[in-house]
Design a binder for this molecule. Sequence first.
Ligand SMILES: NC(=O)C1=CN([C@@H]2O[C@H](COP(=O)(O)OP(=O)(O)OC[C@H]3O[C@@H](n4cnc5c(N)ncnc54)[C@H](O)[C@@H]3O)[C@@H](O)[C@H]2O)C=CC1
Ligand SMILES: CC(C)CC(=O)C(=O)O
Ligand SMILES: [Mg+2]
Length: 357
Amino acid sequence: MELKICVLPGDGIGPEVVREGIKVLQAISKKYGHKLILEEALIGGAALDKEADPLPEDTVFKCKDSQAVLLGAVGGPKWDNLPRNLRPESGLLGIRKKLDLFANIRPVKLLPALQQASVLRQDIVAKGIDLVVIRELTSGIYFGEPKGIFEEKGEKIGLNTMRYTEKEVQRVARLAFETALRRKKKVTSVDKANVLEVSQLWRDVVCEVAKEYPEVELEHLYVDNAAMQLVARPYSFDVIVTSNLFGDILSDEAGVITGSLGTLPSASLNEQKLGLYEPIHGSAPDIAGKDIANPIATILSVAMLLEYSFGLKEEANAIEQAVEKTLGFGYRTLDIFREGQKKVTCSQMGDFIAMQV
Ligand SMILES: NC(=O)C1=CN([C@@H]2O[C@H](COP(=O)(O)OP(=O)(O)OC[C@H]3O[C@@H](n4cnc5c(N)ncnc54)[C@H](O)[C@@H]3O)[C@@H](O)[C@H]2O)C=CC1
Ligand SMILES: CC(C)CC(=O)C(=O)O
Ligand SMILES: [Mg+2]
C-alpha cells in the first residue's frame, strides 16, 4: 500500500521525537511492504523563523494533499513574547481548524511495564487503567469570539469566550458513544454545568445524543470532581468526552497516572476521517536538544495513524507490541527511569523499538 504522509516536526523536542516516529514507520513499512511517501513541512516557531508565519499556506496545502499528518510539537520561550496570532501555538490551532479536526482522541492506557512509573498508589494502578479522552478540538474557549486584551475604564481587561453550538457538541458526543459501544460501554461527560451556561448546553445535548445509545451508561462529572476521580478511581472510566480546555488539562493529568506525558499518543480526526497524529505533550524546551525526550508518545501516534488513516490494524499492533517488548527488556528514557533499569536516549529508544517491529 502507498502511504502518503505529511510530516510537521515543529519545535523543541518535536523534531527529535518525530525522527524516532519515522524510524519506526520506516521499519514497519519495510516489514509489511508498504511504500512510504513523506512530505515535510514547517509549522510553529520553525515556520515563523523561515516564513514569518506559524502556518504557511504551503503547509496547509501539503497536509490537505496527504492521507495523514504526523506532528511533533510547537512553541518555546523564543517566541513567547510575540502577539497571539504570531505565536507558534496559533499555527497548531490554525491547522486543527483548517482541517476541521474536531475530535481529539487520546487513549490513556497503562502499559504493564510502566506500572511502577505511575504516581498513583500501586493498589489503584493494579486495577488497570484503560480509558480514552475524547476532547472537542476546534471550538470552545480556545476559539470563541470575542477575545483579546482591551482597555476599559482606564484598566486593561483580558477576555476569552467559551462557546459551543449544538452541532459541535452533537458530533463529538456521537463519536464518544460510538467509541464506547466498541469498548466498555460507558461515557463520562465532563463539564461545569453548575456554573457555566455553555456547559449546561453541553450536558443537555449529550443527554439527547445518549437516547440513541440506550446500551451505553452515561455519567456526568463536573471538571473539578473529574480531575480528582481520575487519580482516585482511574480504573472506573471508559470514554471521557469533554470540551477543548477541560480535555487539554485532564489528558495531561492522565499522562502522569500512566507513567509519563512522554508516552501518550493522540489522533485528531475530521468528519472525512483525515487524521493528524501527535503526542499529547508539548515542545518541552527544558529538555530539547539533549536527546533525552521519550519518543514513545510519538511512536504510538504512528501506530494510531496506521490504524485510523489506513486501516492497518496488524501494523499498529506490531508497533504497540514492539514498545511493550522494549520496555519489557528494561529500556527507559529519563522520564520513566527507575533504579535497576537501563537508561537510554531518545534515539536509542527509537532504535530498539524499530528493531522489535
Ligand atoms: N501540541 C503542542 O504542540 C503543544 C505545545 N505546547 C507548547 O510547548 C511549550 C512547552 O510547554 P509546557 O507547558 O512546558 O508543556 P510540555 O508538554 O512541553 O512539557 C511539560 C513537562 O513534561 C516534560 N515532557 C514533555 N514531553 C516529554 C517527553 N516526550 N519526554 C519526556 N518529558 C517530556 C517536559 O520536559 C516538561 O517538564 C509551550 O510553548 C507550549 O505552548 C504545549 C502543549 C502541547
Ligand atoms: C496550543 C495548545 C492548545 C496545545 C495543547 O496543549 C494541546 O493540544 O494539548
Ligand atoms: Mg495540552
